[in-house]
Design a protein around this ligand. Structure first.
Ligand code: ASP
Length: 303
């Protein structure tokens, strides 16, 4: 593993497996409070978020604290970034405080890679534009593997705004390493045919019912309006073609489950009946977010 974690594309299958196996040790037992560890005692993790986040930032913070590290969270709105400070100046200022790792989210693809080239500190990508969101794909894989013995041979349908989704890209890189049959589905402007070239095992399907047929897992994605110049998004029309409803689940394998990285938009890409059903793994994903981020922080910081 490189010094930090910039993308799933850089990881081997063995490295992914090692993180997923270790994350299992950090899954909380039912109704038990988690005992704080001192694995990363004396280490400092800076969380630098230039884009909104609820789950990712909080779970990195909880993960760092459970491992005994200190963490400081900086968001664009509350920092000198909003006063016009350049990225390089912000980064140099932070580096001068000597953190042991920086977890970064940014609207530009490649921003964490830029940071990694300039600083001698491990950088963890918490989402860069439409490019990658590696810890999301790792927690998604952990969630699938909590229910399936192996990823090999599964059929996973990823539905929604694929083109603007870093979650989709990281998942495609990860799942394709394990021989998953990946079906991407969305309206043609949001699921262009080139996406099938990202990795082996990927096909594109524009008819949602066909995409879902025989799926083991359905991953729904939010329409990333912040990455488009669409002022009048046709919400009702979108839902009628690409919104997930309970009756769709009958087309999939009987044991199918539904995932979504959040935040969900009820009535836009997913109905409340599905989101709140027994089939929904959305909160399991959130829970695994902490375990997977503990495994990642431990691997990077105790190396
Ligand atoms: N939370 C995920 C991300 O940051 C998915 C989303 O925002 O739709 O990419």
């Amino acid at each position: 593993m490189p010094a930090g974690l910039l993308g799933i594309e850089d990881l081997s299958r063995e490295e992914i497996e090692a993180i997923l196996t270790r994350a299992k040790d950090f899954q909380p037992e039912q109704r038990h409070t988690f005992k704080k560890m001192d694995t990363l005692k004396g280490k400092m993790v800076v969380l630098l978020f230039f884009e909104a986040s609820t789950r990712t930032r909080t779970s990195f913070e909880i993960a760092a604290k459970r491992l005994g590290a200190d963490s400081v969270s900086i968001t664009a709105a509350g920092s000198s970034i909003s006063k016009g400070e350049s990225l390089v100046d912000t980064l140099n200022t932070l580096a001068a405080m000597r953190p042991n790792a920086i977890v970064m989210r940014h609207a530009s693809s490649g921003a964490p890679h830029f940071l990694a080239r300039h600083l001698d500190i491990p950088i963890i990508n918490a989402g860069d534009g439409a490019h990658e969101h590696p810890t999301q794909a790792l927690l998604d894989a952990r969630t699938i593997l909590d229910r399936k013995e192996t990823l090999e041979g599964l059929r996973v349908a990823i539905i929604g705004d694929i083109d603007h989704s870093r979650v989709a890209r990281s998942n495609i890189h990860l799942l394709s390493r394990f021989g998953v049959d990946i079906v991407l589905c969305g309206p043609p402007p949001l699921a262009p045919p080139e996406l099938a070239k990202i990795a082996p095992g990927v096909t594109i399907e524009y008819d949602m019912r066909k995409a879902i047929r025989d799926a083991d897992v359905i991953m729904m994605l939010r329409v990333q309006l912040e990455r488009q110049h669409e002022t009048n998004f046709p919400r009702a029309e979108y839902f009628s073609f690409y919104g997930l409803e309970l009756n769709h689940l009958e087309l999939a394998k009987p044991e199918v489950f539904v995932m979504h990285p959040g935040p969900i938009n009820r009535g836009r890409e997913i109905s409340s009946e599905v989101a709140d059903s027994q089939r929904s793994m959305i909160l399991n994903q959130v829970e695994n977010g902490v375990a997977v981020r503990m495994a990642v922080l431990e691997r990077i910081l105790s190396a």
